[in-house]
Design a protein around this ligand. Structure first.
Ligand code: MG
Length: 157
């Protein structure tokens, strides 16, 4: 068993769709990003790669590469799992926290878990997604950014 940790953040700007955990969430603001800016999936990708000491999201999917422009992060997550599989690893469970001031994410959490379950090939019961606000503190607390933290356990397959 190996543990991995990941973090991501994105500025929130008008005119972009908010996608978290592979789920579209109606909102006036969305992440400024080269891909779809799914901060939760980006944190999970870094956690998965980190557990296997295989680098990070920027190394495997560089923002300078046009093939990744506006790409769904679900595709990047799928590719990450193939990278892990080729290295002889598979995920066992994941825990995560999203920090966003609004909207309230509770109604979307279970959809995120089932979407991530399909993408990661593990049961939704092994995927935890939690949401918090930052109590008004800093840019995230003022609603200008979204952050996500994730830890995963992987095992040699
Ligand atoms: Mg990101």
């Amino acid at each position: 068993m190996r543990i991995g940790f990941g973090y991501d953040c994105h500025n929130l700007v008008p005119g972009r769709a908010l996608v978290l955990g592979g789920v579209h969430i109606p909102n006036g603001l969305g992440p400024e990003a080269h891909s779809d800016g799914d901060a939760l999936i980006h944190a999970l990708i870094d956690a998965l790669l980190g557990a296997c000491a295989l680098g990070d999201i920027g190394r495997h999917f560089p923002p300078s590469d046009e093939q990744f422009r506006d790409i769904s992060s679900r595709i990047l997550l799928g590719r990450t799992l193939r990278i892990l599989s080729e290295a002889g690893f598979r995920p066992r469970n994941a825990d995560s926290t999203i920090i966003i001031e609004s909207p309230r994410l509770a109604p979307y959490i279970d959809r995120m878990r089932s979407s991530l379950s399909a993408d990661m090939g593990i049961p939704a019961a092994a995927i935890s997604v939690k949401a918090k606000t930052k109590e008004g503190l800093g840019p995230t607390g003022r609603g200008r950014a979204v952050e996500a933290y994730a830890v995963v356990l992987v095992e040699e397959s």
